[in-house]
Write a protein that binds this ligand. Structure first.
Ligand code: F6P
Length: 323
């Protein structure tokens, strides 16, 4: 093995740069040349790449985003596009590829494996919705941003007193996954949670708030994942039940930016280095992840065939914290 490629694909996640640093450092340690493929699978289609050396990555551990860019492309799925990508991989003489990204990226990795390319995946998505790892890179940073937002809203919620309770609804990311919303609820002063994995029970959320108002609380904070609907629609439903005007916050892409946390940097560093170790050992078609605090490699087929199971226990505990 002499030359490997690395790409970041799909939604960027804080910690992707830390992962790149680890891949390049581990690659150099193993005497490998590392090519950074630009803009995810787009870079494979368009043969956009640059050589990454120690000095290119020495300082990026603390940077958000990804220095080699990321991307989403439909062309990679088409027969002609895919053939082009394969020809470029051959032309670049890549002996292996590290793919950093979320669920869509792992599916792309599997497609390459099926066509004979040696690939190791690394889970990088703020959504934390990938099977085979307890945590994906970027999730912790995103949750910290949400937690800080909840703290800030709490400051104003607890300070301004009016004739009626003040209720705030905050929409956070997660089209198909409530992981960010649920875990941030545990970390902050939150009174209600709405996530796409479960049917919405507006009455339950409203009743919980009313009970709190009865015992003297004069504000409420609700967290909702984007997958449950639009923040205005959700707010209207709650307003109808509560009779109070609701204040809305749509957090958006702030959750994807900024410096990665300590946790994400450590996770990224371990997984990036292990991905290279796996390739050097001759492994293929795996994704590296962390389970019960142990770095492990799991079959990409398993990652791609199973939806990450919903953590019922976590939800049960979260509901008690909202109570
Ligand atoms: O997959 C990460 C993610 O941030 C999701 O939480 C969100 O639904 C989506 O990407 C947003 O994508 P875009 O940046 O294309 O709006």
């Amino acid at each position: 093995m002499q030359r490997i490629g690395v790409l970041t694909s799909g939604g960027d996640a804080p910690g992707m740069n830390a992962t790149l640093r680890a891949v390049v450092k581990a690659g150099t340690y193993h005497n490998l040349e590392v090519l950074g493929i630009e803009a995810g699978y787009i870079g494979l289609l368009e043969k956009r790449y640059r050589k990454l050396e120690i000095l290119d990555v020495e300082e990026i551990v603390s940077y958000g985003g990804t220095i080699i860019k990321t991307g989403r492309t439909k062309e990679f799925q088409s027969e002609t596009g895919f053939k082009k990508a394969l020809a470029n991989i051959k032309n670049l003489e890549l002996d292996g590829l590290v793919v950093i990204g979320g669920n869509g990226s792992m599916k792309g990795a599997q497609k390459l494996v099926d066509a004979g390319v040696k690939v190791i995946g690394v889970p990088g998505t703020i959504d934390n919705d990938i099977t085979g790892t307890d945590y994906a890179i970027g999730f912790d940073t995103a949750c910290n941003i949400v937690t800080e937002t909840v703290d800030r809203i709490l400051d104003t919620a607890t300070s301004l007193v009016g004739d009626t309770p003040r209720v705030f609804v905050i929409e956070v990311m997660g089209r198909h996954s409530g992981e960010i919303a649920m875990n941030s609820t545990l970390a902050g002063s939150v009174d209600g949670l709405l996530i796409p994995e479960l049917e919405i029970d507006y009455d339950e959320v409203a009743d919980n708030l009313k009970r709190k108002f009865e015992i003297g609380k004069n504000y409420g904070i609700i967290l909702m994942a984007e997958g449950v609907g639009k923040v205005d629609d959700i707010s209207r439903e709650l307003e109808m039940r509560l009779g109070y005007k609701i204040r809305e916050t749509l957090l958006g892409h702030q959750q994807r930016g900024g410096r990665p946390t300590f946790f994400d940097r450590v996770l990224a560093s371990k997984l990036g280095a292990e991905a290279v170790n796996q390739l050097v050992k001759g492994e293929n078609a795996k994704m590296v992840g962390v389970r019960n605090n142990v770095v492990e490699a799991v079959d990409l087929e398993v990652v791609n065939s199973e939806q990450k199971s919903f953590n019922d226990k976590n939800y049960e505990l979260t509901k008690m914290i909202c109570y």
